[in-house]
Design a protein around this ligand. Structure first.
Ligand SMILES: *Cc1c(COP(=O)(O)O)cnc(C)c1O
Length: 355
């Protein structure tokens, strides 16, 4: 029997969504494909609260992290790191031959508007990267406060919302995000393989003059094909069908506000449980994520043993990420996960550990 995934991606996909992937193939230069693609993009704009251009990419999210810096960094990029994925964006920026500085915060801290203001006021940067929801530490940085500061500068605001989009509200246009990117295997609850980004008009304009944008992730090429209602290369067509359908479920069946509320309830429930039995890893509770909770292993639990025992009960457990592997563990509560399922999982951990 399939195990229930309590890891922060990929997450469980509903059987009806999976079934959409087995529909017959169509050509990606034909009308039927274009209609699926454009219908999906219209729905994505609602999800993201944006009128910006929305691109679909057949890659994982990391591909679009690379795309964002390749297309939008001309002079020098400020990469703000407060966990594994935001730190990775610095590596990505450097390895693409871009000038970049790394503002490295302790893992568990949130990015703050004060820090961003201080760094941008040097006038050295034309782009800024940050992760909204750090999946490795369970920290959600205060995006609207940060956006208030960023709008005072002429910098491209590049934001990874990989593990927040569709679980936590992100209003792209209100926030003035130039490139907002995410993958589909996290809070969207789709199988992995596609990524999405919105690109502002000013970022599109800028991309035209940025050299060496590469071939696969060139926004200008993406746009040229979008005008024809196509993608430059063969996309993951079955996944697009699934996404179109899942967006209907998200927008119409559950409703966006209900979805955000469910994630908030799951976040609250998990935090109360964590505080009762362990402690929260993020430095401040107000920055704790509603899609994934990172818990300090204050009891010195043998996480590999716990993982095995949970597997025997049909669950997949998430260890801490990277350097936090021994000190923390994580509970993902995102996607189509129900509050009832989450409660059962927490009870299973209690039983195993005798809490
Ligand atoms: C999972 C994740 C990524 C990487 O996603 P891939 O789809 O594996 O490339 C990047 N950023 C964040 C915040 C993530 O949670």
């Amino acid at each position: 029997m399939a195990k229930k995934l309590f890891i922060p991606g990929p997450v469980d996909v509903s059987p009806e969504v999976l079934a959409k992937m087995s529909e017959p193939m169509v050509g990606h230069r034909g009308r039927e494909f274009s209609s699926i693609m454009m219908s999906t993009i219209e729905k994505l704009k609602k999800l993201m609260f944006t009128e910006n251009t929305v691109f679909l990419s057949t890659s994982s999210s990391t591909g679009l992290m690379e795309a964002a810096v390749r297309n939008c960094v001309d002079k020098k990029c400020l990469n703000i790191g407060n966990g594994a994925f935001s730190d990775r964006w610095h590596e990505i920026t450097k390895s693409n031959g871009k000038e970049a500085d790394f503002l490295s915060l302790d893992w568990g801290k949130a990015v703050t508007p004060e820090l961003v203001d201080e760094m941008l006021s040097t006038g050295e940067y034309d782009a800024l990267t940050m992760v909204h929801n750090e999946t490795s530490t369970g920290v959600t940085s205060p995006l609207s406060e940060i956006a208030e500061v960023v709008r005072n500068y002429d910098v491209s605001f590049l934001v990874d919302t990989v593990s927040s989009m569709a679980g936590i509200k992100v209003e792209v246009d209100k926030l003035g995000i130039d490139v907002c990117l995410f993958g589909v295997q996290k809070a969207m609850a789709l199988p992995p393989g596609l990524a999405v980004c919105s690109v502002s008009d000013r970022a599109m304009e800028k991309a035209k003059s940025v050299g060496n944008r590469g071939y696969y992730f060139d926004f200008i090429t993406f746009q040229k094909y979008l005008k024809k209602e196509q993608t430059p290369t063969t996309p993951a067509i079955p996944l697009l069908r699934a996404m179109d359908y899942q967006l209907d479920r998200i927008l119409n069946k559950e409703g966006l506000e209900n979805r955000f509320r469910r994630h908030e309830r799951m976040g609250n429930l998990t935090r109360e449980w964590a505080k009762k039995n362990f402690s929260l890893f993020p430095e401040e509770e107000r920055y704790c994520s509603n899609t994934v909770t990172c818990i300090s292993n204050t009891r010195g639990v043998d996480c590999n043993e716990l993982k095995q025992k949970l597997a025997d009960r049909g669950y997949v457990f998430a260890n801490g990420y990277g350097k936090l592997a021994d000190r923390t563990f994580r509970i993902a509560h995102m996607g189509d996960r129900t509050i009832g399922e989450l409660k059962e999982y927490l009870s299973a951990i209690e039983e195993i550990l005798g809490l």
